[in-house]
Each structure stands twice: as C-alpha cells, then as structure tokens.
Design a protein around this ligand. Structure first.
Ligand code: UD1
Length: 416
C-alpha cells in the first residue's frame, strides 16, 4: 500500500503535458475484439485500468503487445467469451467488452463490474439495448448474453450513459441493418471511438450529437489510431494550478473538451487563456464562490466535481454544488473537512462555505477523482497532508506525483 506525503504551500510553475485519455482508450481496446485484424493504438497511458483491460483481452484470446505508449492488439482467434469475475471486479469499465463480444462471438458472460464507490451504477441501459437488437440476456448473479445474429434497432437511452452508448455502438457495427441510438452520450471519448471504428471499416456517424447511426457490416479490417488527450487529467492540472496560485501551461489538451470547466474557472476569477501550445493558467490569490451542477457532456463533468470542490473550499463566499450524474459522489467532502473545509452534504447537494486556509491532515482516497481532490487540497494546505489508498489514483493518473514534483510541489510517494 502506498501513500502520498505532501507539504502544501508551493506554487506550481511550468509546463505539464497531458497523457492519452483513459476513458477513450478503454472502449477502443474493447473494440479491438471486433476485428480479426491487427489494431495499433498510440498514446495509451500506463494506468492500472488500462492494464486490467489488456488482461481481459488476453484472457479472451487476443494477442497484445505494449511498447512505449503504443499498444498492438490482434484478436484473430478468440478462445473465450466469458470474463473471469476477478477481472470484472477490478474495474467498472470491464463491462465495455460486452458489446464487442456479442457482435463478434455472438455471446458474452460477465459478472457485475466493480470500480469506484460513487453510486449504484446499474447496467439496465446496456442490457435493454442488447435486447432490442435481438439478443437474449440472462441476469443471474452473472450477466450472460447470446444471439444468433444481432439486428439493427432504434434504441432510446433513458439517460445518455457513456458506457451504454459505447457498448451499443460496438455491438451494432457487426449487426444486420441499421441501428440508431437516440439520447446518446456526446462525450469526446464517444467521438474518438467512432473514429477508431470507422478506421477499421465500420460505418458510424453522428457521434458528438445525441443521435448516432450505425450501419452494420459483416467484415472489419485493421485500424491505427492516436487516442485523444485526457480532458479530466487536463482539468485536474488546471484546478491544481489555480489553487496553488500557480503559473502553468497545460499542453497536449483540447480547450473545446473543457469549456464548462474553463468558463467556471473564469467565473471563479482564475486567468485562463489558450494558444497553440495548450491552456495557460495564472491562479490569483482570491477566488469567488460559484454554483456548479454536473451534467453529461458538454455540461460540467462529474469527474471534475471533487477536484473543483477543493478550490471552492478556499473561495470567498458560499458555493453550491449539485451532483446530478452519480448518487453518492461526495466522499472527498468528509476528507476535505478534516483539512478544515466547511462543507455540508445533503443528498446530491453540497454547500461549501469558503475558508481562509486548509490545514494538512491524514486523509484517505475513497476513489480515483476523490484522490485527485485530496492531492489538490494537500498542495494548497498549510503543513503536511498524507493521503492513504493512493492506488485509486494510479487507476487514472500516470505518475501524478512526479508531474507535480516537476512543477515545484513538495510531494512524495511512500511505499509501505
Ligand atoms: C463513464 C466514465 C466515468 C464517468 C461517467 C460519467 C469511462 C470508462 N468512465 O462511466 O469516468 O464518471 O462516464 O461521465 O468512460 N446508468 C444507469 N443504467 C445504465 C448505465 C448507467 O442508470 O445501464 C446511470 C449510472 O448509474 C450513472 C449515470 O447513468 O448514474 C452515468 O453513467 P455512465 O454514463 O454509464 O457512466 P460510465 O460509462 O459507467
């Protein structure tokens, strides 16, 4: 078990380069199961979640090689269509292989996936979509799907679920006929999946809007693709730069993927601008309280809600945050309170009364983004903060402490 030890009060100064998007890479790796030909993916981040997905592909019979930041997958002979429970439990996104397996092998078997403890996270939308494409799905501790041949269908998602949209896109590329997904998720990672699928010969259009159309095909070929930069990693660095009153350039990022955050940072009083090299940020020393409501893209991302709460904890006045995507995503609030933050949580609402300073404390990361919020809080706090359970951070951030150390933070990993 590792922990981080942070001595707060250092400004972050310099350039920080963002890696490839975890949440784009995961479905793209799953999509490699659709074709018997070789797929090459560039810009793959070295993260625990990516390692788990690769282990799943290998278990299913794919050959995978990883060199620097490029991963080559060849799914010529798939020997399995069931994912062992132990792997499913390690990450929620393991469910992303269901659609590709149904399309390619006409069956899948998975148990309920694990992942961050941020809410109940059911799978009904995925399953309803498979059913409407003609699959039979049995839920009995494990989820098993079977179909002779998937049929194109019109699917309306009750909620624009990212995972359900991706799974249904992957199932539909090898279905007979046309599938239309309405109220589809519009996240940039969905657009990236579409471009990867199109490169292997799939016919998919509309990603980035709420209507995605897929015309099924019987054969798919090779695909080579560069993954988009991780917008949540970029957003985390921007908030870290702001709260440490830093002066940073966040490079390898796309401002159009971060509009909701950039606009909130502006309202808070943080100076941000973008140019051809990336997003530049100068953190002032006083911040205005703001209200934030999380939403599916292009709204304010739930995956940045914990991090911005660390900044709002130090703003002048009272901020109100409403979490509309996940039902219990406020575990970081308890830990920030240990550092002196004044936060009241009532259901999906958090009321944050800004304080003058945070004080270092011993805290615990309950999940990936909560961990990032505590790193940010620790860098802003007076004194020493120790964060336990940093394995959560390694699921989604590559060498986070090394990156912040390079910008001047006093941060150290202690392995015990
Ligand atoms: C993805 C992201 C995750 C992000 C989330 C929301 C990946 C690997 N993970 O997760 O980082 O926080 O989007 O932006 O891309 N829901 C249902 N039924 C379903 C599916 C979802 O009710 O069948 C609900 C969930 O409980 C949740 C909401 O929909 O309340 C959003 O979930 P979803 O968009 O599916 O998130 P993930 O794809 O799991």
């Amino acid at each position: 078990m590792s922990r981080l030890r942070i001595t707060g009060g250092q400004r972050l100064v310099g350039e920080i380069k963002v890696g490839g998007a975890k949440n784009a890479t995961l479905p793209i790796l799953a999509a490699c199961l659709l074709t018997p030909h070789e797929c090459i993916i560039h810009g793959v981040p070295r993260l625990k979640d990516i390692e788990v997905m690769i282990e799943i592909l290998v278990t299913l019979g794919a050959e995978v090689t990883w060199s620097d930041s490029s991963v080559t997958v060849c799914s010529r002979h798939l020997s399995e269509s069931r994912v062992p429970e132990e792997l499913m439990r390690r990450m929620r996104a393991s469910n992303l292989v269901m659609g590709a397996l149904l399309g390619r092998c006409h069956e899948f078997g998975v148990s309920y996936p694990g992942g961050c403890t941020i809410g109940s996270r059911p799978m009904d939308l995925h399953i309803k979509g498979f059913l409407s494409m003609g699959a039979k799905v049995k839920e009995d501790g494990v989820i098993e799907g079977k179909v002779k041949k998937l049929q194109g269908s019109c699917i309306y998602l009750d909620f624009p679920s990212v995972g359900a949209t991706e799974n249904l896109m992957m199932a539909a590329v090898l279905a007979e006929g046309i599938t239309i997904i309405r109220n589809a998720a519009r996240e940039p990672e969905i657009v990236d999946l579409q471009s990867f699928l199109c490169k292997m010969g799939a016919r998919v259009w509309g990603a980035g809007t709420d209507k995605i159309t897929i015309e099924g095909t019987s054969q798919l070929g090779v695909s080579e693709h560069q993954v988009i930069p991780d917008r949540i990693e970029a957003g985390t660095h921007l908030v870290a730069g702001a709260v440490t009153q830093g002066d940073i350039l966040v490079s390898n990022t796309r401002a159009e993927h971060l509009e909701a955050l950039l606009s909130k940072l502006g309202e808070i009083g943080v100076e941000v601008s973008n140019d051809s090299l990336g997003i530049r940020l100068k953190g002032g020393c006083s911040w205005r309280a703001v209200d934030i409501k999380t939403h599916p893209f292009p709204g304010f991302p739930t995956d940045l809600q914990p991090q911005i709460m660390s900044l709002l904890a130090l703003a002048n006045g009272t901020s109100v945050v409403k979490e509309t995507v996940f039902e219990s995503r406020y575990k970081h609030a308890d830990e920030l309170r240990r550092m002196g933050a004044r936060i009241k949580v009532d259901g999906r609402i958090a009321i944050i009364q800004g304080v003058k300073r945070l004080t270092g404390a011993s805290v615990e990361a309950s999940d990936l983004r909560a961990g990032a919020a505590l790193v940010i809080g620790g860098m802003a706090a007076d004194g020493v903060t120790t964060i336990d359970n940093v394995h959560h951070l390694d699921r989604g951030y590559e060498r986070l402490e090394e990156k912040y150390l390079g910008l001047g933070a006093d941060i150290k990993r202690i392995d015990s």
